[in-house]
Design a protein around this ligand. Structure first.
Ligand SMILES: NC(=O)c1ccc[n+]([C@@H]2O[C@H](COP(=O)([O-])OP(=O)(O)OC[C@H]3O[C@@H](n4cnc5c(N)ncnc54)[C@H](OP(=O)(O)O)[C@@H]3O)[C@@H](O)[C@H]2O)c1
Length: 577
């Protein structure tokens, strides 16, 4: 359900694709769409198993409390209809006569179709002329020409759906939607196109699709209506909304959008935070180079490359060799890199050790003099190794690629091991172990970086992985008597600092804790630093709706976004309008 009741900051509509195989199922889904605050529904007639046009169209129009868009997608455009073409177009004409608000006609047949309804088109009907490209996203020039050709058919609304091979493809669609003068739907299909479906509210799209249900039922790259409204605060996106995001690959598991969007909302900050599935960091930063894209968190595998991509890097991040927070300076667009990773993790480990030995922080860092074994030599590994060294620990790095372990150990002044050697490594008792690899992360939750039998030599085990909250490593460490510290504590700690850098406002710490403790993950703990075996944590328990894509607003003044691709030409922009 939509919350808030604030006035909308953009006119972009949310459309629920209805793809039931029977009229009854469609009627049920239409009611769900209404209840979830969709603005309109798209009835995909080609998904029906049996269809009696005269009777069924009347029922659908009568039963639908929302504006209704009819689409009867043929196989040759990616749909399921495989019958006679004239009969298909007759159905769309009938829908028009019976009172449809919108009909969708494929560009290839639009010219003839629009000619056939000339003089008969009801005033309220809007014809969407659509083009789907399931292979790629063409250049801005080609897209501009396509828009012009679609417009010349007499379309009320232009719809272009392309396919993202890289996230940078989406910038070209934004450039088109911002500049096009008639209502336009511009969406980019696939996981890498997700931001096209969210940020179209900022960049002038007529409509976006939101599915009724998430999880397995939604198509890759399609958010649910609930996510659009409640996670991304879609109604509040405007031309001046700043965009932030988590850059990674993979990145879909990240809880950062949840955490930051909730915090932006509670602080009244005009920003949105999205998942950014990035293949090439330098290209991404260069393509989305306007100050609208104001700041980024950085995760696997880009933290080290981020050091090279920033104009200036904070000395701590430079010594760690990894950047996990990038800020774009509003005055000149310059990029500044920071590392906030180690702060939260190290202090949570210190808290865990103090709780275990019943000491207080006034006695100095409990890490001083301890043997601190870091598994992994990537961004998080470097941060933990650096942080532990700063606190006076003796650091050992174990990594799959031994050379990287050696390189890091040499930089910080420690020893290096291979992962195989780590399985037999126990020079002393009471060591600290920190896993900073993704081993054990969802979906591979049965994996663990070390055999259980060596865990008895450690007094504290930390895991940077936080999905699930309690990994197999932490579970086995706890069973072996170690104090365990969850990656969630690191996650929240690094996020406080990033929030303050993004917004210039103090981090709403209670909001962060609340958001993460409400989050449903496979295994949940109430405290983030969880105790030793004696001090057990309180466990709380531990029909694809792929529409192809869609719609209608007057032109809205939108900010320019920079794009390293071709510029849209004046001719390309308006020809045929
Ligand atoms: N809790 C938090 O707030 C937080 C913050 C940052 C990171 N993390 C988590 O920490 C993990 C690492 O992130 P990162 O940014 O450091 O990534 P990264 O820079 O890509 O480094 C990954 C490290 O993991 C090792 N590795 C990856 N897959 C492995 C496998 N199958 N077997 C053995 N070693 C493997 C790599 O070894 P090679 O050198 O041999 O490739 C490398 O040392 C991720 O799970 C991330 O979600 C959590």
């Amino acid at each position: 359900m939509e919350t808030g009741g604030k006035p909308r900051k953009n006119p972009t509509l949310i459309c629920a694709p209805i793809m039931g195989d029977s009229i009854d199922k469609m009627v049920v889904d239409i009611a769900k769409a209404k209840a979830s605050s969709a603005d309109l529904v798209e009835i995909r007639l080609d998904s029906l198993k049996s269809f009696n046009p005269h009777e069924d169209l009347k029922i659908l129009i009568k039963e639908c409390p929302l504006p209704i868009l009819f689409t009867y997608r043929p196989m040759w455009e990616g749909g399921q209809y495989n019958g006679d073409e004239e009969e298909r177009l007759d159905v769309l004409r009938l829908a028009m006569e019976l009172g449809a608000d919108y009909i969708d006609v494929e560009f290839k047949v639009a010219h003839e179709f629009l000619k056939s309804i000339q003089g008969k088109k009801p005033e309220k009907l809007k014809v969407i002329v659509s083009s789907h490209n399931y292979q790629n996203t063409p250049s801005v020039e080609e897209l501009g020409n396509l828009v012009a050709r679609i417009q010349s058919t007499g379309a009320d609304i232009v719809k272009i759906a392309t396919t993202a091979l890289e996230i940078t493809d989406v910038a070209r669609i934004f450039q088109i939607t911002v500049h096009t003068q008639i209502p336009i739907i511009g969406l980019v299909m696939g996981d890498r196109g997700l931001i096209s479906r969210i940020l179209c509210g900022k960049f002038g799209g007529y409509l976006t699709f939101g599915t009724l249900e998430g999880g397995l039922k939604s198509a890759p790259g399609q958010p649910t209506i609930e996510d659009l409204l409640n996670l991304y605060n879609f109604r509040q996106l405007g031309p001046d909304t700043k965009v932030y995001g988590i850059i990674g690959k993979p990145v879909g598991h990240s809880k950062s959008p949840l955490l930051y969007n909730e915090a932006f909302k509670s602080a009244g900050f005009n920003g949105v935070y999205v998942h950014l599935l990035v293949d090439d960091l330098a290209k991404f930063l260069h393509t989305f180079s306007s100050t609208d894209f104001a700041g980024f968190s950085c995760t696997i595998p880009h933290k080290e490359a981020a050091v090279q991509c920033c104009d200036e890097v904070d000395p701590v991040a430079k010594s760690i060799g990894a950047v996990n927070c990038i800020i774009r300076r509003p005055s000149d667009g310059k990029l500044f890199g920071y590392n906030t990773d180690y702060v939260g993790a190290i202090s949570a480990i210190e808290d865990g050790l103090q709780a275990r030995s019943n000491t207080s922080s006034s006695a100095g860092s409990p890490l001083a003099g301890k043997l601190f074994v870091v598994i992994g030599a990537g961004g998080a590994g470097k941060a933990l190794a650096y942080g532990a060294k700063q606190k006076g620990a003796r650091v050992v790095i174990a990594n799959r690629t031994f050379e990287r372990a050696k390189e890091l150990a040499d930089i910080i002044g420690g020893d290096a091991l291979s992962l195989a050697d780590l399985a037999h490594y126990h020079p002393e008792e009471g060591m600290i172990l920190a896993n900073t690899t993704s081993i054990g992360m969802q979906p591979k939750i049965d994996e663990t970086p070390v055999p259980k039998d060596i865990l008895k030599h450690y007094s504290l085990v930390f895991d940077a992985v936080y999905t699930p909250k309690i990994t197999r490593l932490l579970r086995e460490a706890e069973e072996s008597g170690a104090t365990i510290v969850s990656g969630l504590e690191m996650f929240i700690g690094q996020a406080y600092e990033q929030f303050e850098r993004f917004t210039g406002l103090p981090a709403p710490k209670e909001q962060f804790q609340k958001t993460m403790s409400n989050e449903e993950l496979p295994v949940e703990v109430t405290g983030f630093v969880v105790g030793s075996a004696d001090d057990k944590p309180a466990h709380k328990g531990s029909g694809a709706q792929e529409s192809d894509e869609d719609e209608s607003t007057g032109s809205v003044a939108m900010p320019e976004i920079d794009c390293d691709e071709l510029e849209l030409t004046e001719a390309g922009k308006f020809a045929g309008a």
